[in-house]
Write a protein that binds this ligand. Structure first.
Ligand code: GDP
Ligand code: ZN
Length: 441
């Protein structure tokens, strides 16, 4: 059960830090503040207090903020202690909290879980909040904010409401089929609205790929035969030495990756072992991993050595990902230049590098509209939305007199979307029916 224990945790980051924030939530919050900060401070006002353990030993001086429930993050009585961020200070305060009856250290995500159970946040908002904390690039931040602020939940709730409404109409028809007040068959208005919901969900799902790329980053895999310049390219892009560059073929045995921030998008670039036959086991493992990396790539850079007299035919990666062909070591060959098919680059002179980044950029989502960040951010959302689409479509295809089956399909559709936000709504059918029809007449 939720809310019986009072939980606490260090909510700010690593120690030492200038200020550390300890969060407390639960029914024991008030008593804790009375014991440790010499009385309950006025609600929502940062108040300077001496912080003491239960025996009265002075631990630190800091700001105490009390958020009485339910108007708090978790919905419970909550408090924050802003103390000095020294390791020993934080440890002493945490120990003092742990020694109070009914208090225990919070588990991972427990504050958010309480917020969800108390109806303060839905699942999409909680996911967004987690993404805000994890966001490393500008686009990740904006995507996370859109979800945390409830913009996407509003969409989902709107669809659930309309599906529930349509179902209520059909069920009303079932229950009162003999009465005269109820309009006939799955009405034209309802059909039209269900089609509109389908269009809106499909449109929303079109942003799924963008959402995934923004959140998880674009995975770019560099492939090509040994010694073609893969590691050199990775190092050039990273502008730091992360992979071993040597003249001996087959030195890159592990995949080494760097994360780039390209125009606010996270782009992960993977270097792979050269794909070729080898008897050496360790290298074979590297090659196996390289193949897996290519199979999971969003974009492949297939490198070919411009310095080779006979340009070796690169075994073209046959994954689903688009491929950019790159000819390396352009500095060694005066006459090699880029074509639309293959881009000539040199890690020695930097030639072709801006063009390469531009060609990678072309695979990033184009976000122009204001609603660009109101896209699904997780496969969980996509799956549920596809389930809903399927179920609505089913309801529309059913024969007009199959009211019960229609209602059941719409119930499944609304249920699928309700599960995205974690607020499956089953109780308000009758309210809707009563508000739309004069049933009591
Ligand atoms: P990998 O096996 O594909 O990872 O290739 P490396 O990055 O280890 O490079 C193999 C060799 O080619 C090294 O000696 C590099 O210095 C050299 N090399 C890489 N890129 C270039 C380039 O643009 N120009 C020239 N001249 N040499 C390069
Ligand atoms: Zn290498």
């Amino acid at each position: 059960m939720v809310g019986t224990d009072t939980i606490f945790a260090l909510s700010s980051g690593g120690l030492p830090s200038g200020v550390a924030v300890i969060r407390i939530s639960g029914p024991g919050c008030r008593e804790t503040l009375v014991t440790m900060s010499g009385g309950l401070p006025p609600p929502r006002l940062a108040t300077l207090r001496s912080i003491r353990d239960r025996n009265g030993s002075f631990l630190d001086q800091g700001l105490v903020i009390f958020f009485p429930g339910p108007a708090s993050f978790t919905g419970e009585d909550t408090a924050e202690l802003h103390i000095h961020g020294g390791r020993a200070t934080v440890r002493a305060v945490l120990q003092a909290l742990a020694s109070l009856p009914g208090l225990r250290a919070a588990e991972a995500g427990e504050f958010s879980r309480r917020a969800f159970h108390n109806g303060k946040l839905d699942l999409v908002e909680i996911e967004g909040l987690a993404d805000i904390v994890a966001a490393q690039t500008e686009m990740q931040r904006r995507l996370a904010l859109e979800h945390a602020a409830g913009g996407v939940s509003e969409l989902y709730e709107n669809w659930t409401r309309r599906l529930t409404h349509a179902r209520a109409m059909i069920e009303a028809e079932l229950d009162f089929a003999d009465e005269e007040d109820v309009p006939g068959a799955i009405g034209q208005t309802i059909r039209a609205d269900l089609h509109a919901v389908i269009d809106e969900i499909e449109c929303h799902l079109q942003g799924a790929r963008a959402g995934e790329i923004i959140r998880d980053g674009l995975t770019v895999v560099i492939t090509g035969p040994p010694n073609v310049g893969k590691s050199s390219l990775l190092n050039y892009l990273a502008r730091r030495d992360v992979a071993i560059v040597t003249d001996i073929p087959g030195t890159t045995r592990d995949i080494v990756s760097v994360d780039l921030d390209l125009d606010g998008f996270a782009v992960r670039i993977l270097d792979t072992a050269g794909i070729r036959d080898t008897a050496e086991l360790v290298e074979q493992e590297g090659i196996r991993r390289a193949r897996t990396a290519v199979a999971n790539a969003d974009l492949v850079l297939a490198l070919q050595d411009g310095a080779e007299v006979r340009v070796p035919s690169v075994p073209m990666p046959n994954g689903a990902a688009p491929v950019i062909r790159v000819v390396t070591k352009a500095d060694l060959l005066g006459d090699i230049s880029s074509t639309p098919d293959a881009l000539a680059i040199s890690t020695k002179t930097g030639a072709g590098m801006n063009e390469l980044l531009d060609r990678i950029r072309a695979h990033l989502p184009q976000l122009s509209e204001a609603t660009a960040f109101a896209v699904p951010s997780r496969e969980r959302h996509n799956e549920a939305l596809r389930t809903a689409l399927h179920a609505i479509d089913e309801a529309l295809r059913l024969p007009g007199d199959e009211l019960e089956l229609q209602a059941e399909s719409l119930r499944r559709a609304a249920h699928a979307i309700g599960r995205i936000t974690g607020q499956v709504d089953v109780e308000n059918l009758l309210d809707i029916v009563f508000s739309e029809f004069c049933i009591g007449k």
